[in-house]
Design a protein. Structure first.
Length: 446
């Protein structure tokens, strides 16, 4: 398994002897190539379960780099040469093989690959966005007009996998480890068909209940998903993971003044203590790429600020995975060496205990940037709820004056604070777990 924790996905390298196959590789294929070198294997096949909507695939580039056969569902409309497979086809890798099963639901043409050993015994299934660990893939990525049809199809696909595969077959999904492609959060790090029979809603509920519950529970997915399918169908460009061009103080300032994206990767408390006016703070963490992808103006030039060169390189890798390639500059080091002094801004960092005191002391606005469903479960009384992914378009709804910004942990709030900061507003970042708000009697149900 090759984990991509920032996107909640897994890719897989299957080996036997000196032969290997790869399923659903991410765009940064150097990780796959290094693993293959470590194991002393030759990659002969690269397989895609579906045209991905949450990341740019590395499958095409990997297959071309190593001279492997590239396997994609035959009915997927793509702009490159590949082996198109349909239900019942067999991909023979020598010491092992894959039987193709059409498992629509996540997408129309989604396939799963049943891994069989040399004796033809099924030992695993690479289920992509179909059967996940304790859940299934979401079914609304093809558009609202197709959601109900695909949800019914997802139910029957999971039932088919359960009907045709033995209990001891291991389930290897691509999504479900934090990915928004999962309909609901997945459960467990490993799973078998026997486990799924006990806890997968497509197997424990009747069809109507499953369909109604899944559709009712679907929440917003990141805006960048709109671009992934088209990129993957067209054929992604080779990945560039090199260090972006260094830029000096004057150039960074001019880019901010021109309205370009200048992203500060430092810890949120360090950003709050001092940052360039007009820059936006996206602390480099496992959540970085998802939230930046939600807010980024697609195709816009982007400059990165980080404490260390590795921060810049790691951020560029994360961004490349979702097709953000227009990284036009970088500045490394503490913020002060790249600032002109007068352009530095800062704001206070506080917790919910501090908010309790502030509410008693004066006039302020509490801005809650959690999802609407989170807000409905519980929220600060009289708080203004603008989910983070809507904040740029709704920023004018935030009044001037003292603004206390919070989310569930402080991460989304820190991004929001940097977005809404402007003259006339005094920003306070609540860097605290939302569970502590109830302890201070701040919350109310919707």
């Amino acid at each position: 398994m090759i984990e991509t924790t920032g996107l909640g996905d897994r890719s897989y390298l299957v080996t036997d002897g000196d032969t290997a196959a790869v399923i659903d590789p991410q765009r940064d294929i150097d990780r796959v190539l290094e693993l293959a070198r470590e194991k002393g294997v030759v990659i002969t096949h690269v397989l895609e379960t579906h045209i991905h909507n949450d990341y740019v695939t590395g499958g095409l580039e990997l297959a071309r780099t190593v001279g492997a056969e590239y396997v994609v569902a035959a009915d997927d409309d793509v702009r490159y040469e590949r082996r198109g497979v349909v239900d019942g086809d067999v991909v023979d890798a020598g010491p092992f093989r894959f039987q193709v099963m059409h498992t629509p639901g996540h997408t129309h043409h989604h396939v799963s690959y049943v891994l069989q050993d040399a004796d033809g015994r099924a030992v695993g299934v690479f289920s992509g966005g179909s059967m996940l660990h304790g859940t299934t893939g979401r079914t609304d990525l093809m558009g609202a007009a197709h959601t109900k049809e695909l949800t019914h199809a997802q139910f029957h696909s999971v039932r088919r996998l359960a009907a045709e595969l033995p209990d001891d077959v291991e389930v290897y999904p691509t999504h479900g480890f934090g990915s928004f492609c999962a309909a609901t959060p997945a459960s467990g790090d490993t799973s078998t068909l026997a486990d799924q029979r006990r806890n997968n809603p497509a197997l424990t509920n009747d069809e109507t209940t499953y369909v109604d519950d899944l559709i009712a529970g679907l929440s917003a997915y990141p805006a960048y998903y709109a671009h992934m399918g088209a990129i993957n169908a067209e054929g992604p460009a080779p990945v560039d993971l090199s260090m972006p061009e260094p830029v000096d103080t004057t150039e960074v300032r001019s880019r901010i003044d021109a309205g370009e994206w200048v992203v500060d990767l430092r810890n949120r408390t360090a950003f709050a203590a001092g940052h360039l006016a007009g820059s936006v703070g996206f602390e480099l963490s496992s959540s970085f790429v998802t939230y930046l992808g939600c807010l980024y103006a697609w195709g816009a030039p982007l400059t990165l600020i980080g404490e260390r060169p590795d921060d810049i390189l790691n951020a560029r890798r994360e961004l490349a995975r979702i097709g953000i390639d227009n990284v036009t500059g970088s500045a490394v080091g503490d913020v002060n060496p790249i600032a002109d002094g007068s352009a530095l801004r800062s704001y206070r960092v506080a917790d919910f205990a501090d908010l309790t005191e502030a509410l008693c002391a004066g006039d302020l606005t509490v801005l809650d940037v959690r999802q609407a469903g989170e807000y409905e479960d519980a929220h600060i009384r009289n708080a203004l709820n603008i989910p983070l992914h809507e904040l740029i378009s709704r920023a004018d709804e935030v009044p001037d004056g003292q603004i206390w910004v919070h989310c569930a942990s402080g991460y989304r709030a820190s991004i929001a604070a940097s977005i809404i900061e402007r003259p006339g507003r005094t920003i306070v970042l609540v860097d605290d777990n939302f569970g502590n708000a109830a302890k201070h009697d701040l919350t109310a149900a919707a």
